[in-house]
Write a protein that binds this ligand. Structure first.
Ligand SMILES: [Cu+2]
Length: 672
């Protein structure tokens, strides 16, 4: 690297740069602190602002160390260090990965000049980048052709340079990296004042894209996303709550919020939004338990308890919904309850109940199982068993993330992030019906309300796999793949990855994909594209896209007053909850434009001071929103379990007849 022409702007800083010593080794502390998950401890290089603490520069042949066991931030959760992006032609030894989620330290020798990005497969927002810089070339070497794990057709070249010009897809991935790893690049809706803009920043260094020298990456990226694409640089819009009063509550896991009672490597609160006036009413941090990245919820069938998973940790929490008080913590690794099973459940990710038994199921993302709990008198839980999700129990860990349960409690589907497949489990016979490949890093699932079809979101595959359900309505074997719906790069012609031209719905790094309670639509939050995508389940095609926020992630459905449903949507790197009226006339038709186009009914800014019931929020206010749960639970199977009593003010009494029987049939009584 010749620094002399790196940056005329920063020329003063670069005097003596030729004597700049490369770090012999770079070290990342892999830990649970939001935005600094792979932490070098420094946000500058040779005095130049990098605007991230997750980027290191080394020279060919240097070693890079990833530590998880050293210092006060030594992790309690399990992670992997996995090559995500690498220069084409890299040696296999540079492409590290682990078959098991772990808390170990890792070392890799990087030889090939260019950009190497590492990810945690469990928590795929955890990113660290290393530029292996050839000192003889001008600018830091990002490389010519990069490979993205899970690019189209598996692992194929992912060009940053095509005819000497960076491609849109490569720039979008770079943009995502510098948003994810810098909290100052998160979109803060509390800053909306009519003039403040959202403009992410990038390293102010000269870079070399396979021979093309770019004197200032920050200027180039901002030029592209602000001036050319108008994606950034826009005024942060003031947010309006929906004009219509909603029903019940919405619980949101604001997983990156920092509170005074917990060290920053134990972030996260539960944020409660009251729907009748769309106000944030409670924040629950569990400082004594050091709740670490609360991730996802479900409710007990009487709606009295909330189940909360601790994704960068080991516990499941039971919360009193009305008071926010902790009822029970079950430590699934160190607790006495797990001893007799001789099993553990690391990084518990998603939780749902079983309709017919009120049992609770939690996906063990850092292991191979789903853990099953019985519900006791008084609402506490007791572990019943650990259910393996791998047919071949001696094979790789499945690492199930966001499972979904059938409407009658007889089936469960898991997305197995480590094995790239999905398990369909049958509770009638207690057997795995099938374990089928879906795509790269499947992370979330949804089910039709009659268990006829299931949907699996492949985070790095850019696809939604449609899978045969337990009770298929077409000729297919339960668990088999029916088709893939391409969101971005394979067959989706709505996107030109070179020019960035967009002519229809696109998504990428898709996360949650629930099916509406009436079974008409499956809706996804997409982290890379910052879009919400809508699939019509009749045709299993994309019918609409709605702009979302950076790190768009969680989707769940709740009752709309007077019938129909809202989709509630969360984003990790923005602090608002979107209330999406996706089918405002409830006619079962959604189109991209015209009267059937989805409408954002409003949004709720999730940052709010003074509502913490057990702790004080001190940073990342309202950020990290992931799991989301509307109360009352109106999914088919669950809505029929809502307690009667309380008359028209009860949850049941506030629902329209069609909402109480989402796919037809008898409308259950809702006694006064
Ligand atoms: Cu992780």
């Amino acid at each position: 690297m010749k620094l002399s022409r790196v940056l005329s702007l920063a020329a003063g800083l670069l005097l003596g740069a030729s004597q700049l010593a490369f770090a012999a080794n770079a070290t990342f502390t892999v830990n649970d602190t939001p935005g600094h998950w792979f932490d070098t401890g420094s946000d500058t290089f040779a005095g130049i602002p990098l605007h991230t603490r997750s980027l290191a520069v080394v020279k060919p042949g240097d070693t890079v160390r990833f530590t998880q066991t050293i210092g006060p931030k030594a992790v309690e959760s399990r992670h992997t260090v996995t090559a995500l992006i690498w220069p084409a032609g890299s040696d296999p030894s540079e492409l590290i990965d682990q078959d098991r989620a772990n808390t170990q330290n890792h070392l890799v020798k990087l030889k090939t000049p260019g950009l190497h990005v590492f990810v945690c497969k469990l928590h795929p927002y955890m990113l660290g980048a290393v530029i292996v810089d050839d000192p003889t070339t001008e600018g830091l070497d990002l490389g010519g052709n990069l490979v993205l794990l899970g690019g189209p057709g598996g692992t194929v070249p992912f060009p940053t340079v095509l005819s000497g010009a960076p491609t849109d897809i490569a720039l979008r991935v770079l943009r995502a990296f510098f948003i994810v790893t810098n909290p100052n690049n998160w979109k803060d809706y509390t800053k909306a004042n009519g003039t403040a803009t959202y403009t992410p920043t990038y390293p102010e260094v000269g870079v070399n894209l396979g021979g093309a020298f770019v004197p200032n990456l920050n200027a180039a990226m901002q030029n592209y996303f602000v001036t050319t694409k108008h994606i950034d640089g826009n005024v942060i819009e003031a947010q309006q709550a929906p004009a219509v009063q909603g029903i019940g509550e919405v619980w949101v896991d604001t997983a990156y919020e920092l509170t005074s009672g917990k060290p920053e490597q134990f972030p996260g609160t539960m944020t409660v939004v009251r729907a009748n006036d769309w106000q944030v009413t409670k924040k629950i941090a569990l400082p004594e338990q050091k709740m670490n990245n609360g991730h996802n919820f479900w409710t007990s069938h009487d709606q009295n308890e909330i189940y909360q998973t601790e994704w960068h940790g080991t516990s499941l929490y039971v919360i009193n919904r009305n008071t926010g008080a902790l009822i029970q913590e079950i430590d699934l690794v160190k607790g006495p309850e797990v001893k007799k099973f001789g099993k553990t459940c690391h990084d518990p990710a998603h939780v749902m109940t079983r309709v017919d038994t009120q049992q609770v199921h939690v996906g063990c993302n850092g292991d191979d199982t789903v853990v099953e709990f019985d519900r006791l008198e008084g609402g506490k839980l007791r572990i019943n068993r650990f259910i393996p999700m791998s047919k071949d129990r001696k094979g790789k860990q499945t690492q199930p993330h966001a499972h979904w349960m059938g409407f009658d409690g007889k089936s469960m589907i898991t997305p197995n992030s480590n094995t790239g497949d999905s398990t369909l489990y049958d509770f009638k016979e207690n057997v795995i019906l099938d374990q089928e490949s879906t795509g790269v890093l499947p992370i979330a699932t949804g089910m039709m309300p009659d268990s006829s079809k299931n949907y699996v979101s492949n985070y790095l595959g850019h696809t939604i796999s449609v899978m045969c359900g337990q009770y298929p309505k077409i000729a297919c074997n339960p668990g088999q793949k029916i088709k893939d719906i391409d969101l971005l790069l394979n067959t989706n012609t709505n996107y030109d990855p070179v020019t960035g031209a967009i002519s229809g719905p696109i998504g990428g790094f898709s996360v949650q994909t629930p099916v509406s309670p009436d079974g008409k639509f499956a809706i996804q939050g997409n982290t890379l594209t910052g879009t919400i995508t809508i699939i019509d389940t009749t045709t299993d095609t994309l019918v609409a896209m709605v702009p979302c926020d950076p790190g768009c992630h969680g989707v769940n459905f709740g009752a709309k007053p007077n019938g129909g449903y809202y989709a509630f949507v969360t984003s990790k790197f923005a602090n608002r909850l979107i209330v999406l009226d996706y089918d405002s006339d409830n006619d079962g038709i959604v189109t991209q434009t015209g009267p059937d186009a989805p409408v954002i009914a409003g949004a709720v800014v999730l940052a709010k001071d003074g509502v913490g019931i057990d702790d004080t929020i001190v940073g990342n206010k309202g950020f990290g929103a992931q799991g989301i749960m509307a109360v009352p639970n109106v999914y088919n199977g669950w809505v029929q379990q809502l307690p009667s009593g309380g008359g028209s003010s009860s949850f049941c009494g506030q629902l329209a007849a069609a909402q109480r029987s989402p796919i037809g049939g008898t409308i259950p009584p809702c006694t006064p």
